[in-house]
Each structure stands twice: as C-alpha cells, then as structure tokens.
Design a protein around this ligand. Structure first.
Ligand code: HEC
Length: 296
C-alpha cells in the first residue's frame, strides 16, 4: 500500500507545498516570538552600566561603591560624662549591644545568642560573676573592648569610639545581677586619662573605584630609567631597575641606603654587579638623579 494509491502526483505536489507553507509560517512566527518581540520590549531600557547602581568592571552590581567623604576628628570627651551611666549613654549602649554583641552574648546577656553554639569558647554570661578573664570593673571591660580576648571569638571593638565603648559597657553592666567590687581608683584615673587625651580621627574616604584606579597607577610598570652616562654605568637593565626602585622605596633614605640595597640585589634587580666597587661619589650622583625621577 503506497501513498500514490491514494493521491495522484498533482495532489502530492499540492500537499508538499502546503506542508512547506506551514513550516515557513512557523519559522516566521518563531522569529517574532524569540527575537523581534523581546527586542521591542527592551527598546528604550537603559543599557547595562547606564544610570542606576554603579557596575563594577566585571559587570556585577557593586554594593561597596560609596561616595567620597572628608575625614574629621571627634574631639576628646570629658571623662566625667562617661564614667557614670546616663540615660543617653544607656540608650546608645542598648542600640550598639543589639547591633554588635547580642548575636553572641544573647539579647539578655546570658551568653546564649544564636551564634554562640557555633563558637568553641562560650561567650561570657554577663549575669554571672564567675569566669571573667579581664574582670568586671570599668577599666577591665574597656580593655576587653579595646583589645578583645586573644584566642577567643571575642574580637577587639576598637572601631567603636571610646564613648560608644563606654555606652555599651554601661548597658551590659545593667545585666549583672551580682555584687561588683568597688572600682580601683588608680585604674579609673588611668581610664579617665585615655578619654581626656584621645581624640578620634575618622580618615578621608574615597570611592572604591577611585581607590582601585590609584592602586593600579601605583603598580603600573614604570618607564625605564634614562640617566647620565656616569650613572648609567651602575645599571645593567634600566627597565628592571625602574621596577625594583618603585617596589622597594627604602632606597630613598640616603645614597648609602641606595648603594647597600642595590648591591645586595644585583644583578636580579637590574643593577650592575660591578657597581659594588664604585665610590660614594657615583652613588650620590645616581641618588640625586633617581630622586628627581630618573628622567633626563
Ligand atoms: C563573635 C561572638 C562575639 C561577639 C559578637 C561579641 N563577643 Fe564578647 N565574648 C565572646 C566570647 C566567646 C567571650 C569569652 C572569651 C573567653 O572567655 O575566652 C566574650 C567575652 C566578653 C566579655 C568578658 C571579658 C572577660 O573579662 O572575660 C565582655 C565584657 C564582652 N565579651 C563584651 C562584648 C561586647 C560589649 C560586645 C559587643 C560590642 C561583644 N562582646 C561581642 C564572643 C563575642
């Protein structure tokens, strides 16, 4: 039984051409669905990197890009305002405790925060008198926050200003349901001296992209040196020497420092081994030229 038994050649031709029409139609439809329509929908949308959040060099959103900000100093504080808990200090302390401490020490200071189970040494339970390594006095706790407890998960919180450190200390002392020994006056005086003398410098901040650009500039291969004939005798490979000089700035101290370091690293650093026998005068000449940038 063959298809010719049912349809004549004319009929078959018509069937084939109808089939081709359907296939072509489907192809045109697919072209529209997958290419033309999506293209029209995204027409007018900003291209990647335009407007909105800044894109890093790798095309990913860059969440750490921050605007530039000028640095400033936080002036020293009057110790008297920090050694006793005020409502203002306690409010600030409570805020900081929730932000920086509660995940380990627990919202109520019992050493049972959600992160505590993951630690090898248990966070201090502030409601109990035993086990304190630095102690429960104000100066002792200030030391804990400034230096951390070495060998444990208790990190230094020296990024908090001294005032913030005292605020959080007053807050967590409110958890303690035990008798505290009176403060040691000498230690308190020492602490007061720290507050009165330390102003806190907040450094300038530049955007990450600018910082990266500056780093890149710093590490860019320097141009090879071009020196007077007298100085050029000391150098075997000007390009290497230029890279070495940029990477080890200690030579800038003095001509003697330059001579010592250059000879110790020769010939790998681009200096001639024979430079070792030259006199101080030659090194002073080279030093003077390099200090001006090593360009003629
Ligand atoms: C990552 C977890 C973690 C965080 C966050 C944390 N701590 Fe601790 N803390 C510990 C651990 C663990 C110890 C116990 C260290 C030990 O005894 O070796 C400890 C101990 C202490 C002690 C007792 C020191 C002593 O004398 O024994 C104080 C006080 C303290 N933390 C205050 C704070 C304050 C205030 C904050 C928030 C600014 C904070 N901690 C944040 C884990 C943490």
């Amino acid at each position: 039984m063959r298809i010719e038994d049912y349809a004549g050649p004319e009929e078959l031709k018509r069937l084939a051409s109808a089939f081709m029409t359907v296939v072509l139609g489907l192809m045109v439809l697919a072209l529209f669905v997958f290419i033309v329509v999506p293209g029209m929908r995204s027409a007018g949308a900003p291209a990647a990197g335009e407007g909105g959040a800044p894109l890093g060099a790798n095309g990913w959103l860059d969440p750490v890009e921050v605007p530039a900000a000028k640095g400033y100093r936080i002036p020293p504080v009057d110790p008297k305002t920090l050694l006793t808990p005020t409502a203002q200090l306690l409010a600030r302390g409570s805020e900081l405790f929730a932000r920086d401490c509660a995940q380990c020490h627990g919202a109520l200071g019992r050493g049972d925060g959600p992160a505590a189970r993951t630690l090898t040494s248990a966070p201090r339970d502030f409601t109990r008198p035993e086990g304190w390594k630095n102690g429960t006095g104000l100066p002792a706790m200030f030391k804990t926050l400034s230096a951390g407890i070495p060998g444990s998960a208790m990190a230094a919180f020296d990024t908090l200003t001294p005032k913030d450190r005292m605020a959080v200390i007053h807050h967590l002392r409110a958890f303690a349901a035990f008798e505290r020994r009176p403060e040691d006056p000498a230690a308190l005086a020492e602490l007061a001296k720290i507050f009165a003398s330390s102003s806190v410098a907040v450094p300038n901040r530049i955007p990450l992209s600018l910082a990266l650009r500056k780093l890149e500039e710093e590490y860019r291969t320097p141009a090879p040196l071009s020196l007077s004939p007298a100085s050029a005798r000391l150098i075997r490979d000007p390009a290497r020497a230029a890279a070495w000089l940029q990477a080890s700035p200690a030579w800038r101290k003095s001509p003697a420092a330059l001579a010592e370091r250059a000879c110790a690293g020769a010939p790998a650093n681009g200096f001639a081994v024979s430079a070792a026998v030259l006199d101080a005068e030659s090194w002073r000449g080279l030093y003077a030229e390099l200090s001006k940038g090593g360009r003629r």
